[in-house]
Design a protein around this ligand. Structure first.
Ligand SMILES: *Cc1c(COP(=O)(O)O)cnc(C)c1O
Length: 450
């Protein structure tokens, strides 16, 4: 392509297929890729993207696809959001890097101010910025251990926290994340999660928390726990929404026992669930919160935000990194946050949640393959099972995703058992486009029974 795309007409917000999926140009690029890109890095849907805007991807063959994955909950403000593109362009033309640890700049400070005001709790806060979610989680654990002088980290079944050595240890699922990549970091302990669909019937959030706490107290010892690290709604693990009361009980136990409650809101954060953060739903105030994905509208940026006295307990120079809080990524974050605020994307996520859950509930009632429909706001999923059982059916999830992809609708799967189809649309998606995508998904689920 030539130098600039700015003169091109905006991408129409519609689905239109002009070749099979993937088309011939994408297939040729896939061939090229095989001789250059490591096989361990794979792609859900190998259509090569040429440009994108809003909720539509345009591939190199000229197909327009509806994106119900948002690059894994990243472009919540939509692809190429003008608020993000404008600030990135402006910042890139002034300077792209100095290293905040060498000579600082305002954007980093401004992003930390936004994080202080938006994250749960009215207490005094500080933030540190990093490049990826995994790096933020690593740093949250570093900080928790440093300030508590304790070693143990408690995580949960089905958890996903990243792919670096420590975060692999924190992540539950072996394949594909951990298999033969060990040995893993020590002092990580896994407790049972509240998973209403698979827990004993009627188990309350308080009971599920008591089950987890009993395991921690007997197998780890409360006085050894630096932090309890939890996704308030699990992402990769299957969009598992814990029963009400689970998170507040864990948070109270941490406070009573001198451990930090760390919320990993990397997937749930920034308006996705219909609140600014998923913890807000039950009024839970974490000691530390990790954010990334939607924070910077597609630029790599992550953060740890926490109580001032906890964050400031770390000695100067103890936290950082060459690229952490890169000025272009900070400019993108300020644009993304402005877009979320100005366009009321919290409200948009709630409306998307109502529309999607209504449509999926209808599919669930007509298809025995849907074990459960669940989620909150614009983070919704169906868990597929063998009809009449709760046995996970990963093959069904794969079939549903493949037929959506063939029809030009990007959906993702997830779950410890690989049997969950999840939706993470950009929060700016047009209602008609969303309905069209949902109709395709519903048709694919109905076809399972045929
Ligand atoms: C994606 C994700 C991570 C890891 O983020 P990366 O940027 O891929 O390192 C950690 N925790 C949660 C909950 C995530 O969804």
């Amino acid at each position: 392509m030539t130098a600039t795309h700015f003169d091109e007409p905006p991408v129409a917000q519609r689905r239109q297929l002009v070749t099979e999926i993937p088309g011939p140009r994408s297939r040729a690029l896939e061939e090229r890729r095989r001789s250059a890109v490591a096989a361990g890095v794979s792609s859900t849907l190998p259509v090569y993207v040429e440009r994108a805007s809003g909720a539509v991807l345009v591939d190199v063959d000229g197909n327009s696809l509806i994106d119900l994955g948002a690059g894994i909950a990243v472009v919540s403000v939509g692809h190429a959001a003008p608020e993000v593109v404008g600030r990135v362009t402006e910042q890139a033309s002034r300077f792209t890097h100095t290293c905040f640890m060498v000579t600082p700049y305002e954007g980093y400070v401004a992003v930390c101010e936004e994080l202080s005001s938006l994250t749960p709790g009215a207490h005094e806060k500080r933030s540190a910025l990093f490049n990826s979610g995994a790096e933020a989680v690593e740093n949250a654990v570093k900080i928790a251990r440093h300030v508590t002088r304790r070693p143990a980290v408690v995580v949960f079944d089905h958890a996903y926290h990243g792919r670096t050595n420590l975060t692999m240890a924190l992540t539950a699922k072996n394949m594909p994340y951990k298999d033969r990549f060990g040995p893993f970091a020590p002092e990580v302990y896994r407790a049972p999660m509240s998973y209403p669909f698979r827990d004993p019937d009627q188990m309350s959030g308080a009971e599920a928390a008591a089950r987890a706490i009993a395991a921690v107290e007997s197998q780890v010892g409360a006085e050894n726990v630096a932090c309890v690290l939890v996704e308030p709604i699990q992402g990769e693990g299957g969009f598992v929404v814990p029963a009400p009361g689970f998170l507040p009980a864990l948070s109270r136990w941490c406070t009573a026992n001198g451990a930090l409650f760390v919320a990993d809101e990397i997937q749930t954060g920034f308006a996705r669930t219909g609140d600014w953060f998923a913890c807000d739903h039950e009024g839970v105030v974490p000691d530390l919160i990790t954010t990334a994905k939607a924070l910077a509208g597609g630029m790599p940026l992550a953060a740890v935000t926490g109580r001032a006295e906890v964050m400031d307990a770390v000695h100067p120079g103890g936290l950082g990194g060459t690229y952490g809080g890169n000025p272009v990524a900070c400019a993108a974050a300020l644009g993304a946050i402005a877009a979320m605020r100005d366009r009321d994307l919290v409200g948009a996520a709630r409306r998307i949640g109502e529309l999607v859950s209504e449509r999926l509930a209808k599919v669930a009632s007509s298809s025995a393959a849907v074990g459960e429909r669940r989620g909150r706001g614009a983070m919704q999923a169906v868990e597929l099972v063998r009809p009449g059982t709760r046995e996970p059916d990963a093959a069904a999830a794969k079939r549903v995703a493949s037929s959506c992809h063939a029809a030009g609708v990007v959906v993702l799967t997830c779950g410890t058992y690989g049997n969950v189809v999840r939706l993470l649309p950009p929060l700016v998606i047009d209602e008609a486009l969303l309905v069209e995508g949902l109709d395709v998904l519903a048709g694919a689920i109905d076809a399972l029974g045929a």
